[in-house]
Design a protein around this ligand. Sequence first.
Ligand SMILES: C[S@@+](CC[C@H](N)C(=O)[O-])C[C@H]1O[C@@H](n2cnc3c(N)ncnc32)[C@H](O)[C@@H]1O
Length: 325
Amino acid sequence: MSNDRILMKDLSEGKELFPIRVINNYNKYLPGFAYNIGNDFSESVNDEIRKENGGKIPVKGCHCEFDEKTQTWCGPDCECESRSAISFDPKNRIVENPLSYDFYEEFYIECGLHCYCRGKCNRRILPGPHALKKLHLEYFRDKGYGVIVDQPVSTGMPICEYRGLVSIREKDMLNPSHYQEDLLVDNKRIHFIIDAAESGNVSRFINHSCAANLIQICVYSSIPSLRKIPPIPRVALVACRDIRPGTELTFDYGSEYFKDRNLRCLCYELCCFNPADDWALKTKNLRETQNQTRSNKKFNERHFDETKDIQNVIELDSDDDDDDF
Ligand SMILES: C[S@@+](CC[C@H](N)C(=O)[O-])C[C@H]1O[C@@H](n2cnc3c(N)ncnc32)[C@H](O)[C@@H]1O
C-alpha cells in the first residue's frame, strides 16, 4: 500500500475517460485552472478568420476513394499524407525518425470529416478529446507538478493534445505565460499561441527536459491553401522513446523558453542547454541513461498488449471527435 498523499482523485473531474490522481507529498497546493478538453479561441483568431475568409474557416481535404482491393482508404497518394512532413501509421504507431522532426518548420495533416475518406482511414495523430489512459500528477519540490505515465508507451504513440486558449501573438507582447506554446506558421507569417494558463488539460503540467521522451507535432486538420490563412494549428504530444510506467513525461520547450522567463533548467541531463548551478553534482551519467533506454524497450516488448490499449482509446475517441479544423 503506497503512502502517497492524494490531493485529488481526478484532476479532470470526470471529463477524461480515466481519472487523473493528483499526488503531493510536500504541501497542499492545488493548481487553479479550468479543466477543458477542447480549445478556446480568442478574439484575435476570430478576427483574422473573419478578415480573410468572410467568417468561414477554410477546410480542404483529400479526394481518396475506398480501395476495394486493399480494403483501405488513404494510400501514399493521399493529398493530406503527401503534404505532411512525417508519416504516421495508425496501426503500428510509427512516426518515422521522430527526433528529426522540426516542430517550428514542419507539420502533419490529419484526415477528417471534410475529406472524401471522412477520416475513416484513421490517419489521426490528435488523440481526440480525451487524454491517454493511465496518468497521474505528482508534485516535485523543484519544478512543481509533473505528469507521470502509469502504463507502457512505445515510440510513436500519440499521448495527448496541448489544449488551451488559442490566440495570435502581438508583436510587443511582454511576460509570456509559463503555459504558452508558440507556433510560427505559414513561413512564420502568423505567430499563434496556445496558452493553458487559465484553461487546459493534463498536458499543461508536462515539464521540460533537454532529453525529452515526447515531441510536439504541429497538426493541421485541413490542407493549407496559398491564398487563405493557414488552418489553425493544433499540437499533438507523441512519444519519441519507449517509456516505462512510473516515468515522468517531458517535452522540449525550445531554447527561448528559459531565456525569456529568466529560469534555469532542472532536467539534469548531460545535454542540458541551460543548466542550473548544481548541474555538475546532480547530472545523470551516460551509462545510466543508455541502460534505461534498453530496459524500457525490453519492458514494453513484454507488455505489448498494454501499450496497445492506448491506441484503442485514440480510435474510440476519433469516432466522436469532430472539432474539425
Ligand atoms: C508548463 S508548466 C509545467 C507544469 C508546472 N510544473 C506546474 O506545476 O504547473 C512550466 C513550468 O514548470 C517549471 N518547469 C518545467 N520544466 C522545468 C525544468 N526542466 N526546469 C525547471 N523548471 C521547470 C517551470 O516553472 C516552468 O515555467
